[in-house]
Design a protein around this ligand. Structure first.
Ligand code: PMP
Length: 429
């Protein structure tokens, strides 16, 4: 029989670490990663035929579940026309119009192929627009793997113990200032000192790459205020939160208007897509209108646009996000009850369609230091037990969990039953 273990062994021969993105490798979990053959709704099916209730959702895009018939249908309808033309197509305008309508702070938008490209381009644009080099980011926030942003990063970089990567020139990294997430005083002090040299702040409006950490009251308001005062560009990296924590993203949820927004994941419906957009006066600096260069051979790919538009359109059904948030709440409450009953120190945090589990005795987790102080061994035991029970959580204590509208009350019940057994194992060891 084909097993994940044999496939992983074969993969390791010619793919570094057997994976095309590090966090997939289950590093430190003492088992080979699960190789998936197909997915449907809330479920993944591995090559051995085992079914899992999935809380990763391809790391975010699958907000209506896997293999959504409307998304697949939209792709199928366009397939026979050809895969890519390298010319303008009408569907790109449909996508741009849709994004600008759904996220009012975006006047103009450019499509790219990944979240990394979106944030990398937004940073270049902010630097070009302001004529300044320095950028501010927050410890444990992950914005993709471009050089300027791979300094004290979260996600796989953190899971693999390399938040600041070798290969990033020190002369570039020195322009990246990293502050603690949710530390309002540090932001104010930094801008008082060198605010006039800062091109932009880039922030995950809900941090999802060091588990799930919501902003404290006043944090985003402070970012908005200092950026306005010092002429810096406020960039919300909504690659994860966009269309997930609310229809209009975290900026709609918290009522803050950034200057630029980065998108990814959901905007492509599961295809490789990213986007960045924002204020017209800034976006007009992008070539061919302006001097800041940015381009992409496959950018705005028609199949990717078709998938994204089909998905975004579904999310506009009234009540979609309220129902999703309700599901997340039911799951988190159920998990909390079972952890408490088992005497396991665990808390949950959530915003809209994303959530996190922290193995800690603290009552909340607000930043990188607190997130990394949680019990990673307890997480590993819990993760392994849940996997055995047929529940697929992100294979790292530093990733947010995602739910979809395809998760039924029965799926949640199955998850809670599995958690009851898993918490017992966390406690035993
Ligand atoms: N920004 C955020 C907030 C992300 O979560 C991610 C990826 N998880 C990225 C940027 C990078 O996106 P991609 O992996 O598509 O390059």
């Amino acid at each position: 029989m084909t097993t994940s273990a044999t496939l992983f062994e074969q993969a390791c021969r010619h793919i570094p670490g057997g994976v095309n993105s590090p966090v997939r490798a289950f590093k430190g979990l003492h088992r080979p990663p699960v190789f998936i053959e197909r997915a449907q709704g809330a479920y993944l099916f591995d090559v051995e035929g085992k079914r899992y209730v999935d809380y990763v959702g391809s790391w975010g895009p699958m907000i209506t579940g896997h293999a959504d018939p409307d998304v697949l249908g939209a792709v199928r309808d366009r397939l026979d026309n050809g895969l890519s033309f390298g010319t303008p197509t009408a569907i790109e305008t449909t996508m741009a119009d849709l994004i600008c309508e759904m996220i009012p702070s975006i006047d103009m938008v450019r499509m790219v192929n990944s979240g990394t490209e979106a944030t990398m381009s937004a940073i270049r644009l902010a630097r070009g627009f302001t004529g300044r080099d320095k950028i501010v980011k927050f410890e444990g926030n992950y914005h993709g793997h471009s050089d300027s942003l791979l300094v004290k990063a979260g996600s796989g970089a953190l899971t693999h113990g390399e938040p600041s990567s070798p290969g990033v020139p020190a002369s570039l990294a020195e322009h990246t200032i990293t502050l603690a997430y949710n530390d309002i005083d540090a932001v104010e002090a930094c801008f008082e000192e060198i605010g006039n040299e800062i091109a932009c702040i880039i922030v995950e409006p809900v941090a999802g790459n060091m588990n799930c950490i919501p902003p404290l009251p006043g944090f985003h308001e402070t970012l908005r205020r200092v950026c306005t005062e010092y002429g810096s560009v406020l960039i919300f990296d909504e690659v994860m939160t966009g269309f997930r924590v609310a229809l209009g993203g975290a900026q709609a949820h918290f009522g803050i208007e950034p200057d630029l927004t980065c998108l990814g994941k959901i905007v492509g419906g599961g295809m490789p897509v990213g986007a960045f957009g924002g204020k017209r006066e800034i976006m007009e600096m992008i070539s061919p209108l302006g001097p800041v260069y940015q381009a992409g051979t496959l950018a705005g790919n028609p199949l990717a646009m078709a998938a994204g538009i089909a998905l975004l359109t579904k999310l506009r059904e009234p009540g979609f996000h309220d129902a999703l948030a309700q599901r997340v709440e039911t799951l988190c409450h159920g998990l909390q009850e079972r952890a408490d009953a088992a005497g396991v120190d665990m808390i949950t945090q959530r915003v809209g369609g994303m959530f996190g589990l922290f193995f800690t005795g603290q009552s909340r987790v607000d930043n990188f230091a607190q997130a990394t102080a949680c019990d990673a061994d307890a997480f590993r035991r819990f993760f392994a037990a849940m996997l055995d029970e047929g529940v697929y959580l992100a294979p790292s204590a530093y990733e947010a969990g995602f739910m979809s509208s395809a998760h039924t009350p029965e799926d949640i019940q199955l998850t809670l039953d599995a958690a009851e057994k898993a918490f017992a194992q966390v406690h035993q060891s």
